[in-house]
Write a protein that binds this ligand. Structure first.
Ligand code: SF4
Length: 277
């Protein structure tokens, strides 16, 4: 169900959110109490999304990029390696890699077989080797071996798409960016923040809801929540801090004891304490 744009204008929402408020919101149609829920206005959606972001900030005060890196190039390399691979495995691989390949020139002049062997545990190692060598060569040729600071320049580099560029901008250069990975897309659709499937459209839709200065930390928090609580198959709804604001409450077990057993990660005691467990 969608609302009419004429229902949606609010005066306390500024900047991009205000402009976006003229557009209709993805509807929310179910509720735990009655099975139906009144259509949500655009203003209501903006407020709910920002409230959920604040709750996530309480849940994950230490949310961060889970890839280990010491400089922008290392983050770019680690992000390229993280495609179809867990951050944990990437972090096991990168110490030896970063020691052997300290700068762009080292990648540009790499012995392909040696580089392949080093990154083999991360999977798709032939393609990733192509990206790393190409990245080193492009950085040497166009940027004196340094990573550029803009989205337009980053996405022209081998192996770097929009998602990787946003990770680099947000975490290496302090420029706000929304990282739409598989967790982020799943959760924001579950929350009715957007109905878009295409990652770039998701990025723009969420950027219109949430304050720009929050984008990088929002990305970390949502990804943390997706990895620890709101799992793809069995989300821990019964102990979820966002339950009151989530139209998908009930997608996973609502019994608190069953749900508590599904919460993962070192934050589990803190997360359970927040919901009174
Ligand atoms: S209530 Fe359930 S579906 Fe909604 S965010 Fe929490 S765990 Fe995910």
């Amino acid at each position: 169900m969608r609302t009419s744009p004429s229902e949606t204008v609010g005066s306390d929402i500024s900047g991009t959110a205000e402009a976006a408020a003229a557009r209709p919101a993805p509807g929310r149609t179910r509720t735990r109490e009655s099975g139906t829920r009144p259509a949500e206005t655009r203003l209501g959606l903006v407020r709910r999304a920002r409230r959920m972001n604040r709750l996530l900030a309480r849940a994950f005060p230490d949310a961060h990029c889970e890839l280990d890196f010491g400089n922008p190039l290392e983050l770019a390399v680690a992000t390229i390696l993280s495609a179809q691979c867990t951050d944990v495995r990437v972090n096991m691989t990168t110490p030896a890699l970063f020691a052997a390949y300290p700068d762009a020139r080292a990648y540009a002049e790499a012995n392909r077989a040696e580089l392949e062997e080093l990154i083999r545990p991360t999977g798709f190692y032939r393609n990733k080797t192509n990206s790393l060598i190409g990245l080193g060569q492009a950085l040497l040729e166009h940027y004196d071996g340094e990573l550029p600071h803009t989205m337009a320049e980053l996405v022209r580099l081998p192996g770097i798409g929009r998602k990787t560029a946003n990770v680099i901008l947000g975490n290496a250069f302090g420029i706000p960016g929304i990282t739409v990975d598989t967790h982020f897309g799943r959760l924001v659709r579950r929350w009715g923040w957007t109905t878009e499937e295409d990652p770039v459209k998701v990025e723009h839709a969420i950027g219109a809801l949430i304050e720009r200065k929050e984008w990088t930390m929002l990305s970390h928090r949502v990804i943390f929540h997706g990895r620890r609580v709101c799992h793809a198959r069995k989300p821990a709804c019964g102990v979820c801090l966002l339950a009151k604001d989530c139209p998908s409450f009930g997608a996973g077990p609502t019994d608190p004891e069953t749900a508590a057993a599904l919460v993962k990660g070192p934050e589990a005691p803190h997360l359970l304490e927040l919901v009174g467990r």
